[in-house]
Design a protein around this ligand. Structure first.
Ligand code: GLN
Length: 304
């Protein structure tokens, strides 16, 4: 399949579409991004690569990293993990506080902020140097040994991180955070600040399109069963209160971040990453979602 030609065609079609989204400005540093950037990169499980636009430019991974920290915690904790966090869609914004009190401090899933904070708490308990080991893991699966945190973005978010502080304080009070809250928040903000390109992102998540094994290096990253479960969680929870819409229109498991990135997987076929910084009201890339909707429609490659 000539994906490059399809990318070009879709981009032409999207030129007529008004990009009505807004760049995330609640993290001040993210507000400085050029809103007109657009990139896409697709890597097939046979290692064919197709790209378009700004696919080699770094952007802030933000919540897409929640899948990566989840994978590390799942490897360490196995099924015990689900005593601390659920696997149900939240039907609410990513930074919501409302469900937490009802659920006694157990977040609905690991891909909303509350859930990701619990995952970071687990990594702080289990790993000697969680920030170092997280980075090593992402460097390994992305194939880029120079990938790094962005201290400027982490600091910018920390300065304005009132909501995440509220979430972690509430969970600490309810007994679901075991470590010092500042230590956990530091891991969380750094994790969100990782800078990555569409090309690296589609490479990093490729093992999830190949049942847990990196098809290029043959390295087993995750068991087949766990890999399927991560995809199931992305399908149900990857887009917060727009997860249904993404399943309905795009039909792939995936994950978004407020940096404007989206990564999506077709098991057995490919991993695709798109980046367009303007977000819709649910905090997902406006143009990125439209692009993927047209892509899976034209290529008939929704999983359904
Ligand atoms: N770092 C962001 C936050 O905690 C991540 C949110 C996102 O990408 N949805 O608010």
């Amino acid at each position: 399949m000539n994906y490059k030609r399809i990318f070009t065609k879709i981009s032409h079609e999207l030129e007529d579409l008004e990009d009505i989204g807004n760049v995330a400005s609640y993290i001040p540093e993210l507000g400085n991004i050029n809103p007109n950037k657009f990139g896409v990169h697709l890597t097939t499980v046979k290692n064919s690569n197709f790209n378009f636009g700004d696919s080699n430019e770094k952007f802030s991974i933000q919540s897409i990293s929640k899948v990566l920290s989840l994978i590390l915690a799942f490897k360490l904790e196995d099924e015990n993990l689900w005593n601390r966090v659920g696997v149900e869609p939240s039907g609410n914004p990513f930074n919501t506080l409302v469900l937490l009190e009802h659920n006694n401090g157990i977040p609905r899933n690991p891909l909303i902020n509350a859930g990701a904070l619990v995952i970071c708490d687990i990594l702080v308990s289990r790993l000697q140097d969680p920030k170092k080991e997280l980075l090593e893991f992402v460097r390994n699966i992305s194939g880029n040994p120079n990938l790094n945190y962005c201290p400027r973005i982490a600091e910018s978010e920390k300065m304005m991180g009132y909501r995440n502080s509220a979430l972690i304080n509430l969970m600490k009070d309810l007994g679901n955070i075991k470590n010092h809250i500042n230590t956990v928040l530091d891991v969380y903000f750094n994790l969100c600040s990782i800078e990555i390109t569409c090309k690296e992102l589609s490479r990093a998540f490729l093992f999830l399109a190949n049942y847990g094994t990196d098809p290029i290096t043959n390295q087993k990253i995750l068991s087949t069963s766990k890999s399927k479960r991560i995809n199931a969680i992305m399908q149900l929870c990857g887009f917060y209160d727009e997860a249904g819409e993404f399943s309905f229109k795009v039909g792939l498991p995936g994950k978004s971040g407020v940096g404007g990135g989206i990564v999506a997987i077709h098991p057995g076929k490919y991993c695709i990453a798109v980046w367009s910084p303007k977000l819709n009201s649910k905090g997902n890339s406006y143009k990125g979602m439209k692009f993927l909707e047209l892509f899976t429609t034209k290529t008939k490659s929704s999983i359904f």
